[in-house]
Design a protein around this ligand. Sequence first.
Ligand SMILES: NC(=O)c1ccc[n+]([C@@H]2O[C@H](COP(=O)([O-])OP(=O)(O)OC[C@H]3O[C@@H](n4cnc5c(N)ncnc54)[C@H](O)[C@@H]3O)[C@@H](O)[C@H]2O)c1
Length: 280
Amino acid sequence: MVLGAGVMGVGITTLALAHGVPVTLVDTAEGVLPVARGRIREGLRMAQMMGALPKDVTTGELTEVTAPAEVDWAAGPAAVIEAITEDAELKAKVLAEVAPAVTPGTPLISNTSSIPIDELAGAIGRPEDLLGTHFMNPSYLIPTVELIRGPRTGEAALSATRELLDRLRRKVIVVNDAPGFVTSRVLHPMINDAARVVEEGTASVEDVDALMRGCLGHPTGPLRTADLIGIDNLVDSLWVLYRRTGDEGCRPCELLLSKVRDGHHGRKSGRGFYTYERAM
Ligand SMILES: NC(=O)c1ccc[n+]([C@@H]2O[C@H](COP(=O)([O-])OP(=O)(O)OC[C@H]3O[C@@H](n4cnc5c(N)ncnc54)[C@H](O)[C@@H]3O)[C@@H](O)[C@H]2O)c1
């Protein structure tokens, strides 16, 4: 089961279906699921064309649900991956709602970018079943997944999640719990600095990305990466990091905040640091 059919829910669902894993995809917002369905279809087509997903596997079945109450819990998801908005209170509420409905021992996996897993574990009765994954966008093209083991995560949840990720042919790196874990703790303040450099007039968006690509081997440049992540999500994650570490480098800069205010959320809204022909 995947909770949340936004950027990450779509990517994770695409990856699972392509490996023959059936998915129940849940999103409570109106109109999100039909858009997600189209994006999943497009993702499957593109990734298979690029050879990034197996061609020899029958695609898993997709079930769409608009509220957890509609789920056939008796059929029992083998794992729940939460990929809803980066908001600690909302995530805790949703996990607390789902935990009593699933069979004890079912891994409850949060795909949070930055919220410490143990903070969310406090909201559920069986903290040993909770752990974090950090799939990146697009999940079906990025081969490595950061797996976050909270201080209360049990061995059973860890090994069941490893098995699932093996089935999805992902390389797994297990890390300890902390705000932002490894990837967001390193990447998100760096993107914040890249935006600050533009804000201060040192260089253009294009030149910052070109330098980071050409001199430092960054695959897309930090500001194009911000567009791919979703600038609204990036800002939420930076606030999580700032409030939990006190690190001023994590306080979202004014340029990022203004992009969120203007609705320029990046690739998914058609405009961020760059403009795109169509929102994705
Ligand atoms: N975007 C990235 O590159 C990226 C990478 C790694 C991790 N993450 C993390 O993954 C999570 C999802 O990020 P995203 O970029 O997909 O966000 P998003 O804003 O694109 O999508 C979030 C979705 O959650 C849905 N939602 C909200 N409350 C819900 C509820 N109670 N039940 C079901 N659905 C609900 C929303 O309707 C929305 O469709 C966040 O925690 C984010 O930090 C994002």
